[in-house]
Design a binder for this molecule. Structure first.
Ligand code: HEM
Length: 343
């Protein structure tokens, strides 16, 4: 866990000053597991572009903040894009995590990750990333990777909506390949039970505590009717008034693409209302409500609901770990000219 404790020290630099104690210190859940970030992580550092492209971080932040001010949901979409990039790794060797593979579009001879079930008709934000890339190519051609843009844009999105930042290490390079099968098998489905969620995150080196913290990303953004219909019509651990409200926009037949906020109370604010909703049986997806259905994660949900700052702190720490999942570094991969296709 050397990498992980190093990350915690980094964030503590900002936050321990205010005496925040992570919920994981006193929750009941599992022991920590090994991060699946590779040994190449040491090549990433927050100052990677300090000389090669000093304005890179400002450019990304400006464009993300602008996009989120026009449409707050874009912050959610950019955060999810980074998650879906990092969680898909090629093969059991756990290589190519945060490598911008998710941005590659299909061609006649190449089938990438965008057609995978969790991604198709669902992922958004590609245009924002491509605009950032175009500006950076004008400013510093061939320098800033799409994978780094995704990582920084996710952080800046969370900050723009009220979350805490984290120091993103930089120097990731872009893949020349992608894994459709990996995207189909490794991204968690909204129909999973608690054990399935735990397994999916353990596979990537995350503890149960980290899984619960990362799930708090669902405090922003929207979900499609087709993915929560069975919950609002068939499940019993749901508030009846809430179920009725959701049914109004998600009929039993049709309306598959109708959207509802995942956090019914504050959909555009990065707060801990998501967890309070779970306590009130107002989780949108089956998987969300699983975190507060009598299992071992309930105590952590209670802590996050009561102490939002602890959630934000744990979330930032877990995101830092996620953004370091087996990047390509050094001379691996390439720096794409446009993010949607290889050079
Ligand atoms: C715990 C397991 C998870 C499951 C089962 C899950 C599932 C889903 C599903 C089904 C949607 C809606 C997709 C659609 O309707 O097209 C969604 C949206 C979203 N997810 Fe997750 N997710 C999980 C974890 C995460 C994590 C770890 C993050 C980020 C750190 C994340 C960030 C988001 C965001 C921000 C949205 C809203 C996107 C938007 O509005 O464009 N999710 N998720």
């Amino acid at each position: 866990m050397a990498g992980s404790s190093h990350q915690r020290v980094n964030i503590c630099f900002f936050l321990c000053l205010v005496g925040i104690v992570s919920a994981s210190e006193y929750s009941t859940s599992s022991s920590s597991t090994t991060s699946s970030g590779t040994s190449s992580n040491y090549l990433l550092n927050p100052f990677f572009y300090a000389f090669k492209c000093p304005q890179a971080l400002d450019t990304i932040k400006k464009q993300v903040t602008n996009a989120v001010s026009i449409e707050p949901r874009m912050g959610a979409s950019l955060l999810r894009l980074h998650f879906h990039d990092c969680f898909v790794q090629v093969s059991r060797l756990l290589v190519n995590g945060c490598d911008a593979s998710v941005l590659l579009v299909d061609t006649a001879s190449f089938k990438g990750e965008q057609g995978a079930l969790p991604n198709v008709n669902s992922l958004r934000g590609f245009g924002v990333i491509e605009n950032i890339k175009a500006e950076l190519e004008r400013e510093c051609p061939g320098v800033v990777s799409c994978a780094d843009i995704l990582a920084v844009a996710a952080r800046d999105s969370v900050v723009a909506l009220g979350g805490l930042g984290w120091p993103v290490s930089l120097g990731r390079r872009d893949s020349t390949t992608a894994s459709l099968s990996g995207a189909n098998s490794d991204l968690p489905a909204p129909f999973l039970d608690l054990n399935g969620l735990i397994t999916a995150f353990q596979k990537k080196g995350f503890t149960v505590n980290e899984m619960v913290a990362l799930s708090g990303a669902h405090t922003i953004g929207s979900g499609r009717c087709v993915l929560f219909r069975s919950r609002i019509y068939n499940e019993s651990n749901i508030d009846p008034t809430y179920a009725n409200l959701m049914r109004a926009n998600c009929p039993e037949i049709g309306g598959d693409s109708n959207l509802s906020p995942i956090d019914i109370t504050t959909k555009d604010v990065f707060d801990s209302a998501y967890y309070t909703n779970l306590i009130n049986k107002k989780g949108l997806f089956h998987s969300d409500q699983q975190l507060f259905s009598g299992g071992l994660t309930a105590s952590q949900v209670n802590v996050y609901s009561t102490f939002p700052l602890i959630f934000k702190f744990d979330f930032s720490n877990a995101m830092l770990k996620m953004s370091n999942l087996s990047p390509l570094t050094g001379v691996q991969g390439q720096i794409r000219k446009v993010c949607s296709s290889v050079n």
